[in-house]
Structures are given as C-alpha cells and as structure tokens.
Design a protein around this ligand. Structure first.
Ligand code: BGC
Length: 388
C-alpha cells in the first residue's frame, strides 16, 4: 500500500510540476517559486534540508535539472542546498561533505566521476542519510540507495536511429529508408568516468554495428571502440579538437564525412564548429554532415531549427527532478520508493534499484510538439537559442 501511495504522489507531483512548467517554469526558468503545493492526500512533508549536488553549470541541461529539483523540493516544504561543482571532483566531494555537516536529511547527487564519492557516501550512511543517484550512477559503493535516470541504452538506440534517419537509411517511423550508402561516418562517446557513456555507446552500436558490417556505414578513421572515441568530461573543446584531427587524418584525400554520432549537444556544437571551420555547411542542405545529440539544450535546439544540427534527444529534466523528489520523500517518510528496474544498473558492488524514464528524439519537425507545447522551451527561446 505504501508503494501505491508513492506512485500516486509521483503522479501528482509530476502533474504539479508540469502544470507549474506550463505556467512559465520551463527548462530555462530560474523562477524559484512555483507556488505549487506538491503534497498529496494528507501526506505532509516534514521539511528539513536536502542537499542537491550537480556536476556543472557549463551545460544548460544541469542548470535546468538543478532548478527543477530545487523548485520542487521547496514547493514541498524543504530547504535546499543546491551546488554545482564546475566539473571538478574535489569541489564536488567538498560540497557533499558540507551538505552532510550541515545536517542534510537526504542527498540527491549527479556525480562528475561516478567512482569518486565513496568516502562521502560512507559518511552519509553513518549519519543515516539516504542517497539518491541522479541521472548518473554512483559506482563502487554499497551506500547508494536508489537511482533515478532515463533508459540510457534506449537513448543510445535513439541517437543511432536519428543518425540513420538523417542519412536516409531509415525512416522516422522505423521502416527501411531508400538510401543504401556507403556513408562516411565518425563516432563519438562521452566521458569514461560516467557510467552512462557506456550505455549510450552500446545502445547506439547495437543499431550501427550491423550497418558497419554490411558496408552501409564506413568509419574511415578506423576508430570504433569507446576507448578510441570517448571525450573526457564531455568537453566541447575536446570534441572540436578530435573532429579537427579526424578531418586532417582521415579526410585529407578529398573524401567527405557525411554523419557523426554525437552523444551530447555540447559535443555536437564542438563537432559542428570543427566541420564549419573546415568548410562544411553551414546547413545540412549545403553539405553539413548529419550530427546527432542529446539533452535538447537550447543552443542546439536553435541549431536544429536552423538545419545545422540534425537531431537531439529530449530527456525531460522536469520529470527526472519530480521522480528524484518522490524518491527522497519516500525515504524521509520511512517508505521504500517504487523501482521499475532492479536488474540493469550494477554499480560494481550491488544492483541499484532504479526508476527509468522515457526519452524522445527531437527532429526539426518535432521541436514544437515535444519542446514548445510542453513548455520546456518557448518559441522565442528556440528562435534565439537563449534561455529565459
Ligand atoms: C547525461 C547526459 C548528458 C551528459 C553530459 C550524462 O550523464 O545522462 O544527459 O548529456 O551526461 O552532461
């Protein structure tokens, strides 16, 4: 029965947050008062401090996550210590240490490096503080209680699908397209210290490998393993540099790259800059390769709208935030949160009970239905590429 209650709470909270979003608190909002009562059916939050640790503010995705978690928790009657760590591991460790010292009742953590928080998690455990891993799995620790995220393998499948759709090898409805290639494609993956990078890459390769094997796709650089194609800390500049190097090394014979698997919008922008500097584009119609992405960051949504980037993956940070809040509240009320996956996410020590959300592919013609109609970005933000 406890579970039912929290499922109902989750539904109520998600609704409340999405209603708040429709009222102007979309992804780019910094408005901290949603004015929404997120308690449900007599379930009253007791209040107290909750620590929320996010990796960086250099990506609009994490700012949206941080704001959504903070707004939702405050609306539910909690105080929030929200920290961003500038992608620096010692900074994040220190921030989490301080949250514990300040008496946080629960921790919601999106790790920079999923393997470096064991000391902090031991201290949290000793203090009886539940730990929720937010979007990125915290590895190598017994003391992570729950994981809220998206179906990360499927995100990779969607990224590869969008690449094939852009090349015309597949249609958006999943049927076979008319193009047969061969197409020159290059692959990028995320940061190896982020467990998600492996799920995205493996998901993508489950679709792309058969097309490489049958000759539809050609990886001219020969770099096909995650060890060869990863980008440390998901840095845009590093991706730009790698794309420049690939062009010099593998495309100096007059051949052209026609598609790039990119797992994150920030990397995609670096890749597009390298391609643009080398004379590709400016738009897909002018020969810019099909470049994929992830997160529906506003700068990239504009590029999709302008026919420069081909696609992204929309992971609704409002829903993820709402789920994290439901889980934290469940622990604070002495209940077990509802998991919908208890098999996939082995952190090296144990399988962490997880709640996975669904994602969607954003193409130019789904920007309005997915992002504008849901209040995630406004039409003006899409046009300007600027949040708020
Ligand atoms: C997240 C992605 C994001 C990436 C870079 C991953 O852990 O799941 O949504 O693109 O980090 O910030």
């Amino acid at each position: 029965m406890v579970l039912k209650k929290f499922v109902a709470l989750a539904a109520g909270l998600t609704l409340a947050l999405s209603l708040a979003a429709c009222g102007g608190s979309g992804a780019g909002s910094t408005d901290t008062d949603t004015g929404t009562d997120t308690t449900d059916g007599g379930t009253t939050a007791e209040g107290g401090l909750i620590g929320v640790a996010m990796p960086t503010q250099t990506s609009s995705r994490w700012i949206a996550d941080g704001n959504a978690v903070k707004e939702g928790l405050e609306a539910a009657g909690y105080e929030v210590d929200l920290q961003f760590a500038n992608d620096d591991i010692p900074t994040q460790q220190q921030q989490v240490d301080q949250m514990i010292t300040k008496g946080a009742k629960a921790l919601i953590i999106a790790a920079i490096d999923g393997t470096t928080l064991s000391g902090q998690l031991d201290a949290a455990k000793a203090a009886g503080i539940p730990v929720v891993a937010y979007d990125r799995l915290i590895r190598d620790s017994e003391n992570v209680d729950f994981y809220v995220t998206f179906d990360n393998f499927k995100v990779g499948v969607q990224q590869a699908t969008s690449l094939l759709v852009g090349l015309g090898v597949m249609n958006a409805d999943g049927s076979e397209g008319s193009a047969t290639g061969p197409f020159n494609v290059e692959l990028f993956a995320g940061s190896l210290d982020d467990n998600n990078a492996f799920f995205f890459f493996n998901g993508a390769m489950s679709i792309l490998q058969p097309k490489i094997d049958d000759g539809t796709l050609v990886i001219k650089s020969g770099q096909t393993t995650i060890e060869q194609v990863n980008i440390l800390r998901w840095q845009q500049e590093t991706a730009q540099k790698r794309m420049e190097d690939l062009l010099t090394q593998a495309y100096n014979d007059g051949s052209k790259v026609q598609g790039v698997l990119s797992p994150y919008d920030g990397l995609s922008r670096g890749i597009l800059t390298a391609l643009g500097n080398a004379g590709y584009g400016p738009t897909i119609a002018d020969g810019m390769p099909i470049v994929t992405g992830q997160d529906a960051e506003i700068e990239s949504v504009k590029l999709i709208n302008d026919d420069v980037q081909f696609a992204s993956i929309f992971k609704d940070t409002r829903k993820l935030a709402a789920q994290a809040i439901v889980v934290a509240q469940a622990y604070l009320m002495g209940a077990e949160p509802e998991a919908n996956d208890t098999e996939t996410y082995d952190n090296g020590v144990k399988v962490v009970p997880s709640y996975l959300l669904e994602s969607d592919i954003v193409y130019k013609d789904t920007i309005t239905s997915l992002l504008v109609d849901s209040g995630y970005w406004t039409a003006d933000e899409v046009a300007s590429g600027l949040a708020g």
